[in-house]
Design a protein around this ligand. Structure first.
Ligand SMILES: [Ca+2]
Length: 267
C-alpha cells in the first residue's frame, strides 16, 4: 500500500513534465475515411463540400474544403471556454489557385460572440494577402502563395485578450486585439471555425491539416494522433451541442449547424 502511494505520487510528479498533457486537441486526420467528412467533434456546414482526402498522401490525409459560392467550413466547440491561460493553435493550410473573393481561413471565438466574424480572425484578402484583424481593422500581412502548404500559429493570451500571429514561422502580428469582443473581456475561447462557416459569395478550395491546440507557446514534443483530449482538460470537453440555425447580417447568407459528439477516445 505504501509503495502504491509512492508510485502514485511519482506519476503525479512526472505527468505534467511530459508535455503530452498540455495538448487540448490534436487532429491529423490520417485515420479518417477518405471521401467522408471529418468525424465528430467536427461539424460541417450544410453548404459546400468538406471531405477527407489522400493529400498530401494516403498515409498523411487532410481536410479539403470546397466552397462553390454558398459557404463551406467546419466547426469545433468546447463545452466550456478556456480562460486566463496562454494557449496556442497551429495548423497547416493550403489554398488552390483559382479562388474568387476574400474569405475566412480560421476564426477562433467565444460562443457568446455576436456573429461568426468575431474574435481572432485570419482570412485571405481580395488582393492576395493573408490578413488578420487587430481588433480595429484588417491588416494585410504578406502575399499568400497558392498551391503550397503554409504553417499558421496563433498564440492566445487569454488573460489579457490579445494574440500573436505567425505565418510560416515569421511573426506577422504581436499583442493585437480580438474583433467584436465588447462585453467578453477574459471570457476565453471555445469555438473554432475553419474556412467559410455561414458566409457566402466566395469560391475556393482550401486544405487543412495537423490542427492542434495546446497550453503554452511551444508545441509539445510528443503529440498523439487524432482527437485526443488530455486528462487535465477533462473539464473542457468537446461539445455535443444541438444543431442550430441563425440569421446572418447583410451580405451573409446560408445556415450553419454545430453538431458534435465526444471524441471516441479520451486520454
Ligand atoms: Ca494529416
Amino acid at each position: 500500500m505504501k509503495y502504491s502511494l509512492i508510485f502514485f505520487l511519482v506519476i503525479l510528479f512526472f505527468i505534467p513534465s511530459t508535455g503530452i498533457c498540455q495538448v487540448i486537441f490534436s487532429y491529423d486526420f490520417n485515420k479518417e475515411t477518405t471521401g467522408k467528412p471529418p468525424s465528430a467533434p467536427w461539424s460541417i456546414t450544410p453548404a459546400g463540400k468538406i471531405e477527407i482526402v489522400d493529400f498530401p498522401s494516403k498515409t498523411n490525409k487532410s481536410v479539403k474544403i470546397t466552397d462553390s459560392g454558398s459557404g463551406a467550413g467546419m466547426t469545433l466547440l468546447l463545452d466550456s471556454p478556456i480562460k486566463n491561460k496562454t494557449v496556442s493553435l497551429e495548423f497547416n493550410f493550403m489554398r488552390e489557385n483559382g479562388w474568387t473573393v476574400a474569405c475566412e481561413i480560421f476564426y477562433v471565438m467565444n460562443k457568446k460572440c455576436p456573429d461568426d466574424w468575431s474574435g481572432i480572425c485570419i482570412k485571405d484578402s481580395d488582393n492576395g494577402f493573408i490578413s488578420y484583424h487587430n481588433g480595429v481593422d484588417w491588416v494585410d500581412a504578406v502575399k499568400l502563395t497558392d498551391d503550397q502548404w503554409h504553417t499558421i500559429k496563433l498564440i492566445f493570451y487569454l488573460e489579457k485578450d490579445k494574440y500573436d500571429f505567425y505565418y510560416d514561422g515569421k511573426e506577422m502580428a504581436k499583442n493585437v486585439g480580438y474583433r467584436k469582443w465588447d462585453g467578453l473581456d477574459k471570457q476565453g475561447i471555445d469555438k473554432f471555425n475553419v474556412a467559410n462557416v455561414g458566409d457566402g459569395g466566395s469560391t475556393f478550395v482550401k486544405y487543412y491539416d495537423d490542427i492542434i491546440l495546446y497550453e503554452g507557446t511551444t508545441k509539445p514534443f510528443a503529440v498523439k494522433s487524432d482527437g485526443k483530449l488530455a486528462n487535465m482538460w477533462g473539464a473542457v470537453k468537446i461539445s455535443a451541442s444541438e444543431s442550430q440555425f441563425r440569421e446572418y447580417p447583410n451580405g451573409h447568407k446560408g445556415t450553419r449547424f454545430e453538431k458534435g459528439l465526444l471524441p471516441k477516445k479520451i486520454w
